[in-house]
Design a protein around this ligand. Structure first.
Ligand code: GTP
Ligand code: MG
Length: 201
């Protein structure tokens, strides 16, 4: 017997789509993270780092880096049949701050990628999401050769609220990045539920 689509009794699932921002300092691994998990060829807006930019573009620790994001990264991942994330990676350089408000519109939550060799570069992103009450998770991108610090020290250095999740990750590794993304969705859902409860009580 041949079954038609409708006879299988399973209507196609219309997935929920959520927008997640991937932010952090210059060279923290944002473009790498989006590329590691995206199931579509990620849209990138990379430009070559130039000699002229050398005084402002600090590539210590990521000496192999020869491009930088000038507008955004875009990718998509299906976490479950009924849950699709659209990932928007921000540019890391300060001179592109004007793009952030546009990118943040409608975002459910954000990942702040941090490189422990230059943690101070993540302060601005942490600040940005705190001020706008956008729930975020900090992903410490563990670069080869970078010193490992206990999570508590990183939390203290970033002055994170106790409820902000912090996870260690490898932006090149699909499974590791998936865990980060599941973490941010769970955190954002819990945050939204708390806000609803606060409004109704
Ligand atoms: N060892 C190691 N290298 C990484 C990791 N993530 C990124 N890289 C390398 O670090 C460099 C910077 O990565 P990008 O993904 O371009 O960083 P970005 O945050 O998008 O940079 P901007 O857009 O310029 O701010 C690249 O050369 C990557 O290959 C990681 O987890 N481990
Ligand atoms: Mg980038």
């Amino acid at each position: 017997m041949i079954f038609g689509r409708s006879e299988r009794g399973k209507p196609p699932v219309e997935p929920v789509t959520l927008k997640i921002l991937v932010a952090g300092g210059f060279g923290a691994g944002k473009t790498t993270l989006v590329g590691a998990v995206s199931e579509i060829r990620p849209l990138r807006t990379e430009e070559l780092l130039t000699e002229a930019g050398r005084p402002v573009d600090d590539i210590r620790g990521v000496e192999g880096k020869n491009t930088t994001t000038v507008a955004m990264d875009f990718g998509r991942i299906t976490l479950r049949e009924d849950l699709v994330l659209y990932l928007f990676g921000t540019p890391g350089q300060d001179r592109f701050w004007f793009l952030w408000d546009e990118l943040a519109t409608g975002a459910l939550g954000a990942v702040v990628l941090a490189d422990t060799r230059r943690l101070e570069d993540s302060f601005a992103a942490v600040d940005y999401f705190e001020r706008r009450s956008i729930p975020f998770l900090v992903g410490v991108n563990c670069f080869d050769g970078a010193a490992r610090y206990p999570s508590e020290s990183v939390r203290a250095a970033l002055d994170l609220d106790p409820n902000v999740p912090l996870v260690l990750c490898d932006a090149r590794n699909r499974e590791s990045v998936k865990e980060v993304l599941i973490g941010v969705v769970q955190h954002a859902m819990a945050y939204a539920a708390d806000r609803r409860a606060a409004v109704t009580t």
